[in-house]
Ligand binder design. Structure first.
Ligand SMILES: *[C@@H]1O[C@H](CO)[C@@H](O)[C@H](O)[C@H]1NC(C)=O
Length: 297
């Protein structure tokens, strides 16, 4: 089994290298220092996703909570084991509802996205009414999102009405970023027209197929930030039919943040070109630092 996977990985890498003009054509822009700094409150919210539901509901979780001191928690849940922790609340400075999902460490997420047990499957039409069955996602991520979806929706509705805002920002790291991306497709189907959404994922693995990536590009305002040689964002492999939506920002070894255009930009300034294979990656890059912030509570 491993040898077939290895052959497919080599074939996938060869396919990317067969189109060098792609990387020349797709532009890479460096973010300014103030653009990089503008992510900081969201990075802390993603990191706070690792804190327990009790800590985030009280907004008493040390550094991650103190970084956004005005936050008004509304609801939290999960158990940090079978269900990732999550929280919802309102940030008066940013005037937006925040939705955050807990991530996990490389040793727990890598088996989820590299072993042979996962598959692409359609979204549940009960949760995702009107979404085409051609849109397919990782079955494990689908189940994880489904387990908290309706609780998260109720909390967002409550936060929007309590604080009178129409802005919702979704954040998450790792597995939390994958759940967050599915929430970013789910919540707009249920919230009033005129609600504005923004999604910021850190160390996001590939979540779905080409149709999913295209849907996200058309409907979700997404930024997904990849740190250096983190191997998680190149999994599951493109050879398995998984595609990243656009919106990548790649933190380079120089600490420059590169905005990578398009889906799975093959430039060496972006994660696909920088980490062609899992063994080119460095798992310790997964948790950060993202502009000085290490993920975790
Ligand atoms: C992996 O990354 C860590 C943190 O950036 C670094 O200290 C270490 O030297 C890297 N390991 C390799 C093999 O490059």
């Amino acid at each position: 089994m491993m040898s077939i996977v290895a052959i497919l990985l080599v074939a996938a890498a060869a396919a990317v290298q067969a189109f060098p003009s792609l990387s020349a054509r797709q532009s890479i822009m460096a973010l300014t220092t103030s653009q990089i700094d503008s992510f900081t409150p969201y990075t802390y919210y993603a990191s706070a996703g690792y804190c327990t539901n009790v800590q985030t509901l009280a907004w008493n979780c040390g550094t991650n909570c103190n970084a956004n001191p005005g936050f008004k928690p509304v609801a939290s849940g999960g158990n940090g084991d079978s269900v990732q922790y999550w929280f919802v609340g309102y940030d008066p400075t940013l005037d937006t509802v925040i939705v955050s999902h807990q991530g996990t460490n490389p040793s727990e997420i890598l088996p989820l996205i590299t072993d042979a047990d996962f598959f692409l499957t359609s979204l549940d039409p009960t949760l995702f009414p009107g979404i085409s069955s051609n849109i397919e996602v990782h079955n494990g991520f689908k189940d994880d999102q489904a387990s908290t979806a309706t609780d998260v929706l109720a909390a967002v509705e409550s936060a929007m009405s309590t604080y009178g805002t129409t802005s919702v920002t979704l954040v998450g790291h790792s597995l939390g970023a994958a759940i967050t991306l599915l929430d970013s497709v789910y919540l707009p189907l249920w919230l009033p027209e005129g609600t504005t959404f923004q999604t910021i994922g850190y160390g996001l693995p590939r979540v779905g197929n080409q149709a999913f990536a295209d849907y996200v590009d058309a409907h979700v305002h997404l930024t997904h930030i990849n740190n250096k040689e983190d191997p998680i964002p190149i999994c599951p492999g493109m050879f398995m039919g998984f595609v990243h939506p656009a919106g990548e920002v790649h933190i380079e070894d120089s600490a420059e943040w590169a905005a990578c255009s398009g889906q799975d930009n093959p430039s060496t300034q972006c994660i696909v070109g920088d980490v062609p294979e899992i063994w080119d990656g460095n798992e310790s890059d997964h948790d950060g630092p993202y502009n000085g912030i290490e993920m975790g509570c």
